[in-house]
Each structure stands twice: as structure tokens, then as C-alpha cells.
Design a protein around this ligand. Structure first.
Ligand code: ATP
Ligand code: LTN
Length: 336
């Protein structure tokens, strides 16, 4: 008789901060890929609300953004029965392990992080210890679930490297404690740039006109693209160095078409910039329409969202507690 043995699936972990309206950059760079990854891996998708607190948040907005992000995860196609969708603050082990990891992370390492430098410059009046220790909380997120793979954008690579260093350091002292996570670099992940300054990445905590929100109406999307910064030439060419605005529009359309920006440039050759912007608007509107429809349905059923997050937190808590107990024991914390 034939026996079929299936290898255990690898664990994949990712998170998004509910720090504002989810942007087209978050969708193309993160959310969209999560759906495909969920087919091959055991996935946890987290709403990193504790991370969001490293920048001042308005309480009502933070609550609303967290609920909205949960609905968006599901509206984008993540199945919460298969993947674990949950909120970071609902699983207390994150903060507990973060403390432990803080005791094994050096000031020098944390001060080298470019996100810390960028965000300190942006929020000079609030350079708090949480912003500094952001990477050790992120390492805790990842290591709690003995994660194998972490899909990250270029902006998060340095943090993941640090998480690996911390895991290796602790494994050196206490063998077998953590799985050392690998970065998962998607072949199709594009970095989407700001519409008002295409040399900077599109970010949900910047001015509203600089980003397309996944929940923007078609009119707003058209208006934002019409105002997008391009250049004074007329030629459509993919050249991020010299033509960042036009290249960004090409990257957006290409990412949604599933081709390279260079191929997209060939398709769009001869068009005027106005027509290119219109093509970008229509592609984005078409992709977002079904997501927005599903989102509205989900937001109409708050009980479903709540129950889903409750079930997600329970599943996450079970796994997280297992790792935390092991850590406490190996480190010599007195167990009752
Ligand atoms: P904030 O502006 O609040 O710092 P953000 O918009 O940069 O947030 P994050 O919550 O830090 O978003 O990131 C969530 C995910 O989206 C990460 O995987 C990140 O790599 C990805 N991402 C964010 N912005 C972009 C972008 N412009 N292009 C592609 N991917 C992006
Ligand atoms: N810092 C991440 C969000 C995040 C994360 C994580 C990503 C928090 N915890 C764990 C991957 C794994 C960001 O994208 N800004």
C-alpha cells in the first residue's frame, strides 16, 4: 500500500501597522502577495497595533484603522479559516518576548536602523524608547511563531536581518531556542513611489495627495493620478533615475498587469502623459472595485470581524505561549 507523506508546511509571518489608510503601495508590495503565499505556507497575518503606538495615534482612529485593516485582509482574499489573522495586542506574549529580546539587543545595533533615523527626523518632538526598540518587538513577532519565512519589502530588510542576528545570538547561548527566519523576496514585488514626490516611497503616514488609498473612490483615484508629478518631457520610458514619476506610473500598471515595467513602457509608447495617467487610474480602479465591494460587506458585519479576530488571537496565543514558556524555562526564570 502506498503511503503519502506530506512534509510539514513552513510558517510564514507578516504584519502591517494600522497606522493609517492602507495604500496602493501596501497592496502591491504586501497584501496582494499574501493571498498567493497562503496557498503554500501556514501563514500568520498580524495587525501590528503595538508598533503603531511608536508614533502618536488618535485612539478612535487607531481602533477604526485596526478594524478596517482586518476587513481589508479578508477582502483582499485572505481566508481567516486557513491563515491566522489577528491583532498584535490581543496576544500578550508579543510584549513579553519583546522585553526578553531587548535584553539581548545592543544599543549600537538599534541606533544603526535607518527607519529609526528616518522616523526620528520626521517626529523630532517624539523620539521615544518604543521607536528605538521597534525592531526587537518585530523580532518577537517573528520568533514567537518559530517562523521560517518573512515576506518583506526593501524597507524592512534591515529589521529582519536584526531579527536573525538576535535569534542566532540566543541560539548560541541556549541551543535550539528559535527557528532563524529567512527573508522571502517576491519576484514581483514592486516599490511604489509617492505621487507627489516620486523619489520617495508611497507611505500611509504622508499627506493624502501623495498616496492612493485602497479604499479611495474612483473619482478620487482619477484626481490623484491627474495631479501626479511627472516631468517636462513627453516620452514614455522606464527610467526610474531620470524619470521617476513616469516610471512609477509604469510600475503601477505593470504590477497590476503582471508584466515588467519595461514591457509596460513598450505597450504605452507614443501615448501622452495624460493618457498614461488615465490608464493607471483605470487599472487601479478595476483591481480595487471588487475588493472595495467585499470590504463594504464585511464592515457591515462587525460581529463577524470581531469573532474572526477572536478566533485568530486564540490560535496565535496557543502557538506563542508554547515558545514563550520554552524561552522562560531556558533562560532560568523560575517556573511554578
Ligand atoms: P507608515 O507610513 O505608517 O510607516 P507604511 O505605509 O510604510 O507605513 P507599513 O505598515 O510599514 O507601511 O508596511 C506594510 C507592508 O507594506 C510592508 O511589507 C512594506 O514593505 C509594504 N510597503 C509599504 N509601502 C510600500 C510601497 N510604497 N511599495 C511597496 N511596498 C510597500
Ligand atoms: N515593521 C513592519 C510591520 C511589522 C512586521 C512584523 C513585518 C511588524 N511586525 C513582523 C514582518 C514581520 C512594517 O512593514 N513596517
Amino acid at each position: 500500500m502506498e503511503t503519502t507523506q506530506t512534509a510539514p508546511r513552513k510558517t510564514l509571518y507578516s504584519a502591517i501597522q494600522p497606522s493609517g489608510s492602507i495604500t496602493l503601495g501596501n497592496y502591491i508590495g504586501a497584501l496582494r502577495n499574501f493571498v498567493l503565499l497562503a496557498e503554500d505556507y501556514d501563514c500568520l497575518f498580524c495587525m501590528a497595533d503595538l508598533h503603531a503606538l511608536t508614533v502618536r495615534q488618535e485612539p478612535a482612529a487607531l481602533r477604526r484603522n485596526t478594524q478596517s485593516l482586518a476587513a481589508l485582509y479578508i477582502a483582499c482574499g485572505i481566508d481567516p479559516e486557513k491563515s491566522i489573522v489577528y491583532c498584535q495586542s490581543h496576544v500578550p506574549e508579543h510584549a513579553e518576548l519583546a522585553w526578553i529580546l531587548n535584553c539581548f539587543t545592543y544599543m549600537g545595533e538599534l541606533s544603526r536602523m535607518t527607519q529609526f533615523k528616518d522616523k526620528s527626523a520626521k517626529h523630532a518632538d517624539n523620539i521615544n524608547a518604543g521607536l528605538f526598540a521597534y525592531p526587537s518587538l518585530m523580532a518577537a513577532d517573528i520568533l514567537l511563531y518559530q517562523t521560517n519565512l518573512v515576506p518583506v519589502g526593501a524597507d524592512q530588510k534591515q529589521h529582519l536581518e536584526l531579527a536573525r542576528d538576535i535569534a542566532n545570538r540566543l541560539n548560541g547561548l541556549y541551543p535550539g531556542l528559535f527557528t532563524v527566519p529567512e527573508p522571502y523576496i517576491s519576484k514581483t514585488s514592486a516599490r511604489i513611489m509617492s505621487l507627489s514626490d516620486p523619489t520617495r516611497k508611497m507611505s500611509k503616514s504622508d499627506a493624502e495627495d501623495s498616496y492612493i488609498a485602497v479604499l479611495d473612490t474612483p473619482d478620487v483615484i482619477r484626481r490623484k493620478f491627474r495631479r501626479a508629478v511627472t516631468d517636462s518631457e513627453t516620452e514614455i520610458r522606464y527610467d526610474p533615475e531620470n524619470k521617476p514619476g513616469v516610471s512609477n506610473l509604469l510600475s503601477i500598471i505593470a504590477a497590476l498587469d503582471g508584466i515588467t515595467p519595461e514591457e509596460e513602457a513598450v505597450k504605452m509608447q507614443g501615448l501622452q502623459y495624460g493618457a498614461l495617467k488615465e490608464a493607471a487610474s483605470e487599472s487601479v480602479i478595476a483591481v480595487l472595485a471588487p475588493i472595495q465591494e467585499r470590504y463594504q460587506q464585511l464592515m457591515g458585519d462587525k460581529e463577524y470581524i470581531q469573532n474572526t479576530l477572536k478566533a485568530g488571537a486564540e490560535r496565535a496565543h496557543y502557538l506563542a505561549l508554547k515558545t514563550l514558556r520554552k524561552v522562560y524555562k531556558k533562560l532560568g526564570l523560575y517556573q511554578l
